[in-house]
Write a protein that binds this ligand. Structure first.
Ligand SMILES: NC(=O)c1ccc[n+]([C@@H]2O[C@H](COP(=O)([O-])OP(=O)(O)OC[C@H]3O[C@@H](n4cnc5c(N)ncnc54)[C@H](OP(=O)(O)O)[C@@H]3O)[C@@H](O)[C@H]2O)c1
Length: 295
C-alpha cells in the first residue's frame, strides 16, 4: 500500500478547505481505525504538528504502524552545537509522546537548517540517534527542487519528503525525482491535493487563487475523460510514479480516508497530464499563501 496517512490535521487547524479545524479525538480514532483496516502502515507526523504525536501515542502506538516524524525548526543563519542538542531533546520528547522506543524515520522539517553554516552538526546528531537505534532512516522534508539538490549534494540522506501533484510536477520535470531514486533515497510524496485546493469547486475558489480557475476546470475535464473524479485523478497521478514509495495524504474525517483507499485501489487509466503542470510558486508553495488568501 503506497498510501500513507499525514497527521497534521489531527494536531492543528490546517487545510485550505477545512472549515472544521483540527480533527476531534474520537474522529481521529476512526481515521486511524480506517487506516488500520485498509492495511496502511505509514504515519507522517512532526513535533510541530501541535498534539498530533500525542494523539498517535494514545491511538496508534502499535507495531502495525511505522512513524516518520520531523525535527524542530531552527530558522537561524548559523547552526550551533546547542541546536544539535535541542534536536536530540525534541526527538526524545517525540518518542515519549508517540509512546515508542524508535521511529521509522526522522526528517529535518526545515531544509534550510541543514544548509545553513554548521548544519552538519544536525545531521551528525541524527546519525548518532540512528546508531542508538532510536531512528531507522534519516532525511529531510523539502519545499523546492533546489532544496532537494542542495541537500543531496552535501548529505547522505536515506529518506526525503517532497511536494508532488498534477499541478506540481517540478521534481519530475527537473529530473530530481529520478536522481533521488537512482541514489536509493526513499521518496515520500505529499500534497497530492495541494492541501485540498485541487479538490475545491472552481467557482468556490478564494480570490487569491482565481488565476488557476481555468487549470482547475481543465483538471476536472481530464478526470471526466479518464472516467474518474479529481480525487481519483490526483491520487492516481502520484501513486503511479515508480520513484515514489509513499503518497502522504491528509484527511480530516474517516470517510475521506476510506474514499482515498477506494480510489487508490481503482487505479484508472490516466491521460498524459504534463500539460496541467503549473509553475507559479505563489500557488504551488502553500507556505507562500498569505493567510488572508484562505478566506
Ligand atoms: N513541510 C512538510 O513536511 C509538510 C508540509 C505539508 C504537509 N505535510 C504532511 O503532508 C500531509 C498532507 O498534507 P497536505 O498539505 O499535503 O494535504 P493534501 O494531502 O494535499 O490534502 C489534504 C486535504 O485534502 C482533502 N481531502 C483528502 N481526502 C479527501 C476526500 N476523500 N474527499 C474530499 N477532500 C479530501 C482534505 O481537505 P478538507 O480539509 O476539505 O477535508 C485534506 O485536508 C500532512 O498531514 C502532513 O503530514 C508535510
Amino acid at each position: 500500500m503506497k498510501l500513507a496517512l499525514g497527521t497534521v490535521q489531527l494536531g492543528l487547524n490546517y487545510g485550505i478547505s477545512n472549515p472544521g479545524g483540527r480533527t476531534p479525538l474520537d474522529e481521529a480514532g476512526r481515521v486511524l481505525d480506517a487506516a488500520r483496516a485498509a492495511g496502511m502502515e505509514l504515519l507522517d507526523t512532526a513535533a510541530l504538528y501541535g498534539e498530533a504525536e500525542t494523539v498517535l501515542g494514545l491511538l496508534a502506538n502499535g507495531p502495525e504502524f511505522r512513524v516518520v516524524t520531523k525535527t524542530c525548526r531552527f530558522g537561524k543563519h548559523r547552526i550551533l552545537a546547542t541546536d544539535a542538542a535541542a534536536l536530540r531533546q525534541t526527538l526524545l520528547r517525540s518518542l515519549a509522546r508517540l509512546r515508542r522506543e524508535a521511529v521509522e524515520g526522522l526528517l529535518v522539517h526545515h531544509a534550510p537548517d541543514l544548509l545553513a553554516p554548521g548544519g552538519e552538526a544536525l545531521f551528525a546528531e541524527m546519525q548518532r540517534l540512528r546508531e542508538e537505534g532510536r531512528v531507522r532512516k534519516i532525511g529531510v522534508s523539502v519545499y523546492t527542487p533546489e532544496e532537494a539538490e542542495q541537500v543531496l549534494a552535501r548529505f547522505a540522506v536515506q529518506l526525503i519528503q517532497v511536494p508532488c501533484s498534477v499541478f506540481d510536477q517540478r521534481l519530475l520535470g527537473g529530473g530530481q525525482l529520478r536522481d533521488l531514486a537512482l541514489r536509493g533515497v526513499e521518496i515520500h510524496a505529499r500534497s497530492a491535493f495541494l492541501q485540498g485546493l485541487l479538490l475545491m469547486e472552481p467557482a468556490a475558489l478564494p480570490p487569491y487563487f482565481e488565476k488557476i480557475r481555468p487549470a482547475l476546470e481543465a483538471l476536472r475535464a481530464a478526470a471526466r475523460t479518464a472516467g474518474t473524479d479529481v480525487l481519483g485523478l490526483c491520487l492516481g497521478f502520484v501513486q503511479r510514479l515508480p520513484e515514489v514509495h509513499a503518497v502522504v495524504c491528509g484527511v480530516t474525517r474517516a470517510a475521506e480516508l476510506s474514499e482515498l483507499v477506494e480510489r487508490g485501489r481503482a487505479a484508472p487509466q490516466l491521460p498524459d497530464l504534463r500539460a496541467l503542470a503549473q509553475s507559479d510558486t505563489a500557488i504551488l508553495d502553500p507556505s507562500r499563501w498569505p493567510p488572508r488568501a484562505l478566506r
